[in-house]
Design a protein around this ligand. Structure first.
Ligand code: GRG
Ligand code: ZN
Length: 325
């Protein structure tokens, strides 16, 4: 929790990151492009969000992306990770986030999205990821984030008291949360549980001081954050940890200058993009969450990100959710 000024940080390579994201869809000769096909819709969400936070929303063609997303929606309302891929709650949330960011919800059938998500709701309050039934606190958050963005949390088919009860059962002795009752505390699971309870107006179930302490303990000597004790630092925890601290109004409990420096050192100065830690190859997931982390740290010139929805704050304001939590 010290606030010593960090030695000089590299600069944010804004133009190079925009170029990196724009070119992702042109790398069809790379094996990685095809191996990540099932993540195409998630990738569009990460790229779109990063570009908006960089202040360059027009760098991708919105009409072309909307047309593509429409093709990913199934008759049951869910979206697949790519055209002809089975629907899943993760890609459904990503598609809805992109369409709302572009203000293009008119392009899809919203009632059917709500039908799909409610069809995944289980009697114990959880949500399955897809028709195969796997459950996890991640999918609860995907469902609540999506239904909240669509203003459909009041759907009569939902029993959200049960959902709160279930999340409380995932809370551990250290104040953190796991993926299921009894699961080890992990910063990404903390984000989805704190986000879910915040959306549901149920933060009273969190011990903010104890959890804030656990989250601030995630910062290592080099400024980076890990996801749980004894693990390596990774740029994406700049989002999972910091967004949780932000929802708990405790961002100042970590050393922001040192974290800023760590994230900037993970930039690829040749290709643009950000990697999981300095020296590794960049990818669009860590590029987005690195930029989201910098935005939460108030990095100059970046658009402000919303810590709950992980979308530009001005979009959350436009749809009238900014003052709700
Ligand atoms: C809208 C931002 C947003 C998210 C939607 C999909 C989702 C909801 C949340 C994902 C949460 C999650 C569990 C992310 C995983 C993050 C991660 C780096 C996991 C790696 O875990 P380990 O055990 O790594 O491989 P460690 O760092 O513990 O060694
Ligand atoms: Zn990571």
């Amino acid at each position: 929790m010290s606030h010593s000024p960090a030695p000089s940080s590299p600069e944010l390579l804004l133009d190079q990151h925009v170029k990196y994201i724009k070119e992702l869809d042109t790398k069809k000769n790379d094996l990685e492009y095809w191996l990540t096909e099932h993540l195409r819709v998630n990738g569009l969400y990460w790229g779109t969000t990063a570009l908006h936070l960089l202040g360059r929303p027009e760098a991708l063609d919105h009409d072309q992306i909307v047309e593509y997303l429409v093709k990913c929606q199934h008759d049951n309302g869910g979206f697949g990770g790519h055209i002809d891929h089975d629907p899943h709650i993760l890609s459904t949330l990503s598609a809805v986030q992109v369409l709302i960011t572009y203000d293009r919800l008119d392009a899809i059938n919203v009632d059917r999205v709500v039908d799909y998500i409610t069809s995944l709701h289980n009697p114990d309050g959880t949500f399955s990821g897809d028709a195969w039934g796997e459950t996890d606190t991640r999918f609860i958050f995907c469902a609540l984030n999506c239904l909240s963005l669509l203003k459909r949390l009041d759907d009569k088919r939902l029993n959200l008291d049960k959902t709160i009860e279930y999340i409380v059962r995932c809370r551990n002795f250290d104040g953190g949360f796991g993926s299921a009752p009894g699961g080890e505390s992990h910063a990404a699971q903390v984000y989805v549980c704190v986000g879910s309870l915040t959306i549901l107006g149920a933060q009273q179930h969190i011990d903010a001081d104890q959890l804030g302490w656990w989250l601030s303990e995630r910062q290592l000597k080099n400024g980076g954050l890990n996801g749980r004790p004894e693990k390596l630092e990774d740029v994406c925890y700049s989002w999972w940890v910091l967004s949780s601290l932000s929802m708990l109004k405790r961002v100042h409990w970590i050393d922001g200058a040192k974290l800023t420096k760590f994230i900037l050192e993970a930039q690829d100065t040749e290709t643009g993009g950000i990697s999981d830690r300095p020296g590794n190859l960049p990818d669009v997931f860590h590029t987005n969450f690195g930029i989201c982390g910098l935005s939460l740290l108030g990095y100059p010139g970046l658009v402000v990100v919303d810590p709950i929805y992980c979308m530009p704050r001005h979009v959350i304001q436009r749809i009238g959710l900014a003052d709700k939590h």
